[in-house]
Design a binder for this molecule. Structure first.
Ligand code: ADP
Ligand code: F6P
Length: 319
């Protein structure tokens, strides 16, 4: 293998830049040529490809977002779109591809691998919802952003003796809500993976007030319902002074945490090592503090599981 390429795709995540840097530097260290593909699969189809040097990825390890830009590309879901991508790859002499993104991007990489282009995938999404890896790049930074917001909201919630609902991202996955809720001492955490009961929420709020609590924090993942909807339901059910806050895309930005920079560096480097063995159709991940590689099929077979022990713990500690 003489030349590889790297792209970022899907929802961006803090630490993607650190992963791009690791891929480029590791490839050059191993004597490979390396190209950067701009705007994900869209840029691949359009041939937005540039050769990268050591300096191309200087001064980016600390930056959020992705210097390669990201995109969602409906055309790549079609056979014709993917054929155009393969043509571009061949025209550029690229023999392997590192795809940095979420599970949608991984599906695209799987299709490309089936067309004879070995792809290795690096998990990067704030949602932490990729099967086979305990952590994805961006999750830790997003959690730190959420915690900062919870702590600030707690100040004003206490001053006014209010209940606050904080809506976090996660359409299908509750990891952000669960981890942030546990770390932020939330009274109630609503996640897409678990049923909720409005009467139970109201009871918990009342019991907190009964023992003199000055405020309550409820974390809701966007996939359950909007914070506004939940506030209306609670107001109809009980006489509660309630406010809400939607954190939105602020969770996707910001300088990556130490943890995200470190795993991004490890994952990016390992992806190049796997490509060098000639293997495609692989994902990189973390299990029990070890960087691992595994088959992309294993990402798609199961539904993403929530850590139920952690969910129970959050309930036990917020009585
Ligand atoms: P993420 O990677 O963050 O999960 P998306 O689900 O939007 O984000 O996927 C990113 C891109 O990956 C899509 O816009 C599309 O180009 C490509 N993709 C997703 N699913 C498939 C699929 N089943 N086949 C081919 N390409 C796909
Ligand atoms: O997948 C990451 C994520 O941030 C989700 O948590 C969120 O629902 C979604 O992306 C929003 O994506 P966008 O606004 O880019 O369409």
């Amino acid at each position: 293998m003489k030349k590889i390429a790297v792209l970022t795709s899907g929802g961006d995540a803090p630490g993607m830049n650190a992963a791009v840097r690791a891929v480029v530097r590791k490839a050059i260290f191993e004597g490979l040529e390396v190209a950067g593909i701009y705007n994900g699969y869209q840029g691949l189809i359009e041939g937005k490809i540039e050769n990268m040097e050591l300096g191309s990825v200087g001064d980016i390890i600390q930056r959020g977002g992705t210097m390669l830009r990201s995109a969602r590309c409906p055309e790549f879901r079609t056979v014709e779109g993917r054929d155009k991508a393969v043509e571009q790859i061949k025209a550029q002499g690229i023999e392997g591809l590192v795809v940095i993104g979420g599970d949608g991007s991984f599906k695209g990489a799987y299709e490309l691998t089936k067309l004879g282009i070995p792809c290795v995938c690096v998990p990067a999404t704030i949602d932490n919802d990729i099967n086979g890896t305990e952590f994805t790049i961006g999750f830790d930074t997003a959690l730190n952003t959420i915690i900062e917001a919870i702590d600030k909201i707690r100040d004003t919630a206490t001053s006014h003796e209010r209940t606050f609902i904080i809506e976090v991202m996660g359409r299908d996955a509750g990891d952000l809500a669960l981890w942030a809720g546990l770390a932020g001492g939330a009274e109630t955490i609503l996640i897409p993976e678990e049923k909720y009961d409005i009467d139970d929420i109201v009871e918990r709020l009342a019991s907190g007030t009964g023992r003199g609590k000055k405020h309550s924090i409820i974390i809701v993942a966007e996939g359950v319902m909007s914070a506004n909807e939940l506030a209306n339901i609670l107001r109809e059910t009980a006489d509660i002074d309630i406010r809400y806050s939607v954190l939105g895309h602020v969770q996707r930005g910001g300088s990556p945490s130490v943890r995200d920079r470190v795993i991004a560096s490890q994952f990016g480097s390992r992806a190049v090592e796997v490509l060098l063995t000639g293997q495609g159709g692989k994902a990189i991940g973390m299990q029990k503090h070890q960087v691992i590689d595994y088959n992309l099929e294993d990402v798609f077979t199961d539904d993403h599981d929530i850590d139920m022990k952690m969910y129970k713990l959050s309930q036990e500690l917020s009585i």
